[in-house]
Design a protein. Structure first.
Lengths: 281, 371
């Protein structure tokens, strides 16, 4: 080991070799394959795949108003879910980080993490039952003379918000906890009331943490296909890709559609980096 | 800072009594079963540089935080310019604080940090810019407006924190060990600058420190804290020359405490007395003391050569030891170090040993000593 002791970099390389290989081959490799196969073409008549590179799939996506609508609907849903989770998560995270006692804080962390242990499919099915015609939501709203959203995009928005909320709370909680109490005292000392301190000090310092949380909520919504297929009848990017793969068997078109969320996320991550979200993770 | 009241008829009238900036009345702070501050009464005059001196955990910072409004007192009152502010939040109190760790806002540049109080107060941005520039000039940080706190050195952050507090022209400026994180050289330079700035702006400073040199150098008056109480209040000279008890004598400068057998032998009666090491002279064992002098014999047990002065620890023949500090005016280091083991007579002026008002912790043997 003496030879290695003198070369700390070699030790690091050796230790990192296996996980790095895994990352490169399995993650980046499959992503590269996805990108390459997006330029292939599928012939339904002969049920064969032609591997000569062409832009046919992308041309079809851009020309099709259906695909455009679906892409926009998916992005809109991702943005809406991100905004809603941020609005709900912030007060909870704030209470946990700066108000609650040590005990209450621990209980809340458990309460937020616990639902993550349940199967995601089970939770979506549970929501189907909650939202159904004779479900608990309609039953409890009945005395008020209103009914729940039923199945559809509004219901999907509710379900996504429920599913991804923990991924927004935890980064914001960590971000808020990192703000030194001294800064809040200094602000108060300089004449700022609670609301002003919140706006001028807490919010700007916690903002990168919100962006960090939004990376999760945005990307998880963008790529999901199970919840839309169970909750709503409208199409989202995930469903379309799934049906191209399964029913239509057009793998190259599915791959081309699959690059849309990848490109969107790359743009999103670049913007998030500018806002300092990576320092907040 | 004191001025003769205008319209005063007698030409040699006493200076007008200065207004009280801060008055603490029976101030107490209890955390669970820990008493952090145990009944403090104090008056700080307008324009004064006043220090809270004490070891860590003596309650000086907690007292400061109660004046700022960060901690509500368990009992007692805080008055600012005669107004009871005990139940007011920090943002309603006309005081500003320089924090120990500076607490600069990391997402704002220097100008935004310094101008924060003015922005909150609704001062228009052009006025704000002028006053920020003026404040930065005062702390010698012109041209640093657009730096972030993360790009500044410790000393520069300290100056920004000072400018941010002082720009609001508070009645009282509270400083919580503001130089604690700086190295010695910078510390000494900042001590001088702080004192100059205080003189220029005329704001009352309350300065928390555990460094007795700092407190003695900078303060007009100081309060010595111990275990949640104030042991003594006075000017640096009063506290240094006439410490009230052995805690003050020991904490402010090196001090010799003479008690028990030594007190009876040297002073001629029981009690606790202090004498400063620099007041004692090493003399030949045969030299008789003058009428106004006290003497005690001993042997030099240890010698420490400190450059401009030498410190001797002398074991007394009657028991106990005294520290003596002598200037090396004509003594070389070899001579000083050769003194080890020599029999000496320690002589000092009677007026330099002062009785301390300690509750007697040692029982005087017999108890027959008259006053």
């Amino acid at each position: 080991m003496n030879a290695l002791y003198a070369r700390p970099r070699s030790v690091a390389s050796l230790l990192m070799a296996a996980p790095l290989t895994w990352l490169v081959v399995v993650y980046l490799g499959s992503l590269a394959l996805l990108l390459v196969s997006a330029f292939w073409t599928y012939s339904a008549a002969t049920d064969t795949i032609d591997t000569t590179p062409s832009l046919v799939n992308f041309g079809e996506i851009i020309a099709s108003s259906t695909f455009r609508t679906i892409a926009l609907r998916t992005m809109g849903m991702a943005a809406l879910v991100t905004l809603t989770t941020a609005i709900i998560a912030f007060p909870i995270a704030y209470y946990m980080a700066r108000v609650a006692s040590h005990r209450v804080r621990g209980l809340l962390v458990v309460a937020i993490l616990l639902p993550l242990w349940a199967s995601y499919v089970v939770k979506v099915y549970a929501w189907r039952i909650i939202l159904s015609e004779q479900g608990i939501l309609n039953w409890s709203l009945e005395p008020l003379g209103v009914s729940g959203p039923g199945y559809g995009d509004v219901a999907l928005w509710l379900v996504f918000t429920y599913l991804w909320l923990p991924y927004m709370i935890l980064p914001i909680y960590a971000g808020l906890e990192r703000i030194p109490t001294g800064l809040l005292e200094a602000s108060s000392d300089l004449g700022a009331r609670g609301r002003q301190t919140f706006r001028r000090i807490i919010l700007p310092l916690a903002f990168p943490a919100v962006v960090a949380g939004s990376i999760f909520t945005f990307s998880l919504t963008l790529g999901d296909y199970i919840a839309p297929s169970l909750i709503t009848s409208t199409q989202f990017l995930g469903n379309v890709i799934f049906s191209q793969l399964g029913a239509a068997g057009d793998l190259p078109l599915a791959a081309a559609l699959g690059t849309i969320p990848v490109v969107l996320m790359i743009i999103y991550l670049l913007a998030a980096r500018r806002l300092g979200a990576f320092e907040a993770l | 800072m004191s001025t003769v009241a205008p319209g005063s008829t007698t030409p040699r009238a006493e200076p007008a009594k200065r207004a009280i900036a801060v008055r603490l009345d029976g101030l107490r702070k209890v955390y669970g079963d820990v008493v952090a501050v145990d009944g403090i009464d104090l008056e700080v005059m307008t324009g004064e540089f006043f220090s809270f001196l004490g070891p860590s955990g003596s309650g000086k910072t907690t007292t400061l935080r109660m004046i700022a409004g960060f901690e509500p007192p368990t009992a007692g009152r805080v008055e600012l310019s005669g107004r009871d502010v005990s139940r007011m939040p920090p943002y309603e109190r006309d005081v500003n604080t320089v924090f120990q760790d500076y607490a600069l806002f990391p997402h704002m540049d220097v100008a935004q940090n310094v101008g924060y109080g003015l922005m909150i107060a609704g001062v228009p941005s052009s006025d704000r810019r002028d006053r920020v520039a003026e404040a930065l000039r005062m702390v010698q940080l012109e041209g640093y407006e657009h730096r972030r706190p993360g790009q500044l050195s410790g000393g520069q952050r300290q100056r920004v924190a000072l400018a941010r507090a002082i720009i609001n022209r508070p009645t009282v400026l509270l400083l919580d060990e503001p130089l604690g994180a700086l190295d010695l050289k910078l510390r000494q330079q900042m001590q001088l600058e702080l004192k100059q700035i205080q003189g220029r702006v005329g704001i009352t400073f309350i300065y928390v420190t555990h460094d007795q040199d700092e407190a003695l150098t900078m303060s007009d008056r100081l309060a010595v804290f111990d275990r949640g109480r104030i042991e003594q209040v006075g000017t640096p000279a009063e506290v240094y020359e006439r410490p009230r008890n052995s805690f003050v004598a020991g904490f402010v400068g090196i001090s010799n405490v003479i008690a028990g057998e030594a007190a009876r032998s040297v002073m001629g009666r029981a009690g606790v007395y202090s004498v400063r090491p620099e007041k004692i002279h090493l003399a030949d064992p045969v030299r008789p003391p003058a009428d106004d002098e006290l003497a005690v014999d001993g042997r030099i047990a240890e010698v420490a050569y400190l450059g401009p002065e030498t410190r001797y620890i002398v074991a007394l023949d009657v028991g106990g030891e005294l520290v003596v500090v002598e200037q090396n005016l004509a003594t070389s280091s070899t001579e000083a170090l050769a003194a080890q083991g020599r029999a000496v007579r320690l002589i000092w002026k009677r007026q330099h040993s002062r009785p301390l008002t300690d509750e007697v912790e040692w029982a005087p043997a017999g108890g027959s000593d008259g006053p």
